[in-house]
Design a protein around this ligand. Structure first.
Ligand code: PRP
Ligand code: ZN
Length: 296
């Protein structure tokens, strides 16, 4: 603590890099906000100092985020996992999977091309923004393809005659469809992750741990949901067996004699199964409400 008193707020400020404008930007901003880091309406700002936590959010190109975190110019960053496949993990810690920005690096070919398998791309040109991952993939498959690099709009390159095939991120698949491309194979799946510098500055350790706890609280909450139901007291045992909760269900007396209100947390994916089982033992009036954050 004494050590901290000598530090200016600037030295203690946690610097977090997020994508400036791209597919990860909206979800990254939402996650920060749900973790109590209000960034405000920072449309044209390159960096914003949060008012609610000693942190600064910096808006960058995602390639730069991983590089800056490695070089300790940033403490934390939100990027696609695909960038670690491409650039390696040296100097970085992968701290959390964030559950958004799901996509896959995918090899695709023009719909009307004769290519059916990766082997068919022997001697062909493949355009990508991920040359290392793509070269590694073709090398492992022992297919000699010529990997050519471009920085964006990869899907247009076959039409231009620049390449015979592409290797690019596919999320909804809309871009492939629009450009009349057919996926052949996925190289790897990816999602947004929180990365941190391998060597966290000592004076910021507490702040960074606090942020991790908050981010985890937001992410874990997405896995669970909250049920509230009224039932005759004799059903409590049966309900507890179906929904054991995190520790046990909360049982609260209500104004109707012999009846109770039961509150319990369940995995979101089990919702409809649990509802069916509860109805089968005679529970009626089940309400569900969203959990914003859950701290284990
Ligand atoms: C990304 C990616 C694909 C597209 C995939 O491009 O490179 O082109 O999104 O998304 P979809 O499957 O949902 O259509 P981005 O929009 O980031 O632009 P870029 O190609 O210029 O990098
Ligand atoms: Zn693209």
């Amino acid at each position: 603590m004494a050590e901290k008193l000598n530090q200016s707020p600037d030295q203690l400020r946690v610097k977090i890099g997020i994508q400036k404008s791209g597919k990860l930007t909206p979800d990254s901003l939402t996650l920060l906000e749900q973790a109590g880091l209000n960034v405000g309406v920072a449309t044209d700002r390159l960096s914003v100092v949060c008012r609610t936590f000693n942190a600064e959010v910096v808006f960058l190109r995602d390639d730069d985020i991983q590089n800056f975190v490695r070089r300790r110019a940033l403490d934390l960053g939100i990027i696609g996992q695909n960038l670690l496949q491409e650039f390696g993990t040296r100097g970085l810690d992968q701290l959390l999977e964030l559950g958004f920005g799901k996509c896959a690096l995918t090899v695709a070919v023009p719909e009307d091309s004769p290519f059916q398998t990766i082997d068919d791309l022997e001697g062909k040109k493949v355009a990508t923004s991920y040359p290392r991952s793509t070269r590694r993939f073709f090398r492992e498959r022992e297919v000699n393809a010529k990997v050519l690099t471009a920085t964006g709009s990869i899907e247009v390159t076959p039409k231009l005659g620049f390449a015979d095939a592409i290797s690019d991120l596919v999320s909804s698949g809309n871009t492939l469809e629009r450009e009349k491309l057919r996926p052949l194979e996925s190289i790897f799946a990816s999602q947004a992750i929180l990365i941190g510098s391998e060597k966290i500055p000592k004076q910021k350790k507490e702040e960074i741990e606090e942020l991790l706890m908050r981010f985890k609280g937001v992410i874990d909450a997405k896995e669970y949901t909250y049920l509230v139901m009224n039932a005759p007291a004799e059903l409590v045992d049966g309900i507890s067996r179906i929904c054991p909760g995190l520790t046990a269900p909360t049982v609260i007396p209500i104004a109707t004699e012999g009846w109770v209100s039961i509150h319990v947390v369940i995995p979101k994916s089990a919702f409809w199964d649990k509802v069916r089982e509860l109805k089968a033992i005679g529970v009626t009036g089940i309400a569900e409400t969203e959990i914003k954050r859950i701290i284990f």
